[in-house]
Design a protein. Structure first.
Length: 463
């Protein structure tokens, strides 16, 4: 059965059972479904989203809630009675609850925090106290820890006692009496050890930990390099504060990717689904960069005005202006996109700038040569068809176009590759050197390069 047929069948079953208004039957139906299927039902039935959550076992409702879009989460919390909201929020893992809270207005957060149990309230306030994009906002305090002197049989007792409320028991953390992190041990090693083996005999000292103030993007790189399902989070004194799990990192990676794509398109990060963001807010996020890019393009008009006399003497030069500047902008956009993407996934760092520069210098020359050759051939072919179009100096015009393309494409690739690395070095987000921004920069400088070659080849002939 295809996925579409399965979804249609599921929808029909839901429609049938919801019409019965039998709360027990609805509850049993929802609790037997996969979490992803329930989330799909909520997305397909916006009028019943709160009803679906309210009629599920609370632990399953929390699992569904955490994977829903922010707009849907807000609507559910708005529609549910306060006692159900309290149950739901208290059941959510601390890190997921914090992620949800940080997207809400402060006055709403204040009201919702009041619904939390004292211990959950304390944890949430603690997590909200960390910087917005820090690891501290992602970590959960629910983990299993043991001491070096414990035996493996004692470790299993600890797991049975505290493991149910832990985010994961794939990794067990070893701390000393001061709460400082010593090591982490995979559950596999504990299972295979003898019952009387001490924890201190299993540790290898190769623990990888995150600092609570680390940037979330940095944490994502650490996860990828170390192939872990969870990593411990410590403070500056190496005290174990919590853990971050791989599912949190997947959400971070998705958000970072979306933000980078939006910034590379010449807009601010939306931070919520496109269809859910208010029109005025969407306007504000787009207008800023459009104004900046428009002002940048005004410089192109200024540059054209500077070469007005040359254009008047050789009107034919104006024919190739769009060709020249668009080629430079395209090559710059290509290079900036490649470099930003490579930096985002950790393939290159700012220390690799010289290697990147050499590669882009070579590739820019090769790309420019190909486009320059095509440009020259274009002039030659059009001259053979319409001899009067470019006149007797068609070959010099062809050389002007060809060499200009080499120079503009080379400059575009160098600008597009180096600008993201320069911004990163200055502490800015490389994604803001978006393709439109690089294209605007190359447009202006491309005109200067073009008319410089025109002087070289056409001075005394047309100029």
């Amino acid at each position: 059965m295809s996925l579409e047929l399965e979804q249609e069948n599921l929808q029909e079953q839901f429609n049938s059972i919801i019409r019965t208004e039998n709360r027990i039957a609805i509850r049993d139906f929802l609790n037997e479904l996969n979490i992803s299927d329930v989330a799909e039902l909520i997305n397909d039935n916006p009028d019943n989203e709160a009803t679906i959550i309210a009629n599920m076992a609370i632990h399953r409702a929390a699992m569904v809630f955490k994977i829903l879009d922010l707009s849907t989460q807000k609507q559910i919390v708005k529609e549910l009675p306060s006692n159900k909201v309290a149950e739901l929020l208290n059941q959510l893992p601390a890190d997921d609850r914090t992620d949800f809270f940080e997207e809400l207005p402060k006055i709403v957060i204040r009201d919702l925090i009041r619904l939390l149990d004292p211990e959950e309230r304390k944890i949430t306030l603690s997590l909200l106290g960390y910087p917005e994009d820090s690891v501290g906002r992602l970590m959960t305090p629910d983990y299993v820890y043991v001491y070096p002197e414990n035996t493996t049989s004692e470790v299993f007792e600890t797991i049975r006692k505290f493991g149910r409320s832990s985010e994961t028991i794939d990794v067990i953390y070893v701390i000393d009496t001061n709460g400082e992190l010593i090591d982490d041990i995979r559950i596999r090693d504990i299972i295979l050890a003898e019952p009387d083996t001490r924890v201190e005999d299993l540790i290898d000292g190769r623990v990888v930990a995150l600092n609570v103030n680390d940037d979330q993007e940095h944490a994502n790189q650490i996860f990828k390099m170390n192939n872990r399902v969870a990593l411990p989070v410590t403070d500056d004194n190496n005290k174990l504060l919590g853990i971050v799990t791989i599912d949190d990192m997947l959400w971070v990676a998705n958000e970072e990717f979306s933000e980078d794509m939006q910034k590379m398109g010449g807009t601010e990060a939306l931070n919520e689904p496109y269809l859910d963001i208010p029109l005025l807010q969407l306007f504000k996020k787009r207008i800023g960069w459009l104004v900046v890019l428009f002002i940048g393009e005004m410089l192109t008009a200024t540059a054209m005005g500077y070469f007005e006399d040359e254009i008047a003497k050789a009107v034919v030069l104006a024919l190739f202006v769009p060709l020249i500047i668009s080629s430079g902008g395209n090559s710059g956009s290509q290079a900036s996109t490649l470099i930003i993407q490579a930096m985002a996934i950790g393939e290159i760092t700012i220390t690799d700038w010289w290697r990147v520069l050499r590669r882009e210098l070579s590739s820019g020359l090769m790309l420019g040569f190909v486009l320059g050759l095509i440009g020259f051939i274009r002039v030659a072919v059009w001259h053979s068809i319409i001899p009067t179009l470019y006149g007797e100096h068609w070959m010099m015009i062809g050389f002007t176009v060809g060499f200009s393309l080499v120079g503009v494409v080379l400059w575009g690739t160098l600008s597009g590759s180096m600008l993201p690395m320069l911004l990163k070095r200055l502490g800015a987000d490389p994604a803001v050197s978006s393709a439109p921004f690089v294209a605007t920069l190359v447009d202006v400088t491309g005109l200067i390069i073009y008319f410089s070659f025109a002087y070289i080849f056409l001075q005394g002939l047309l100029l």
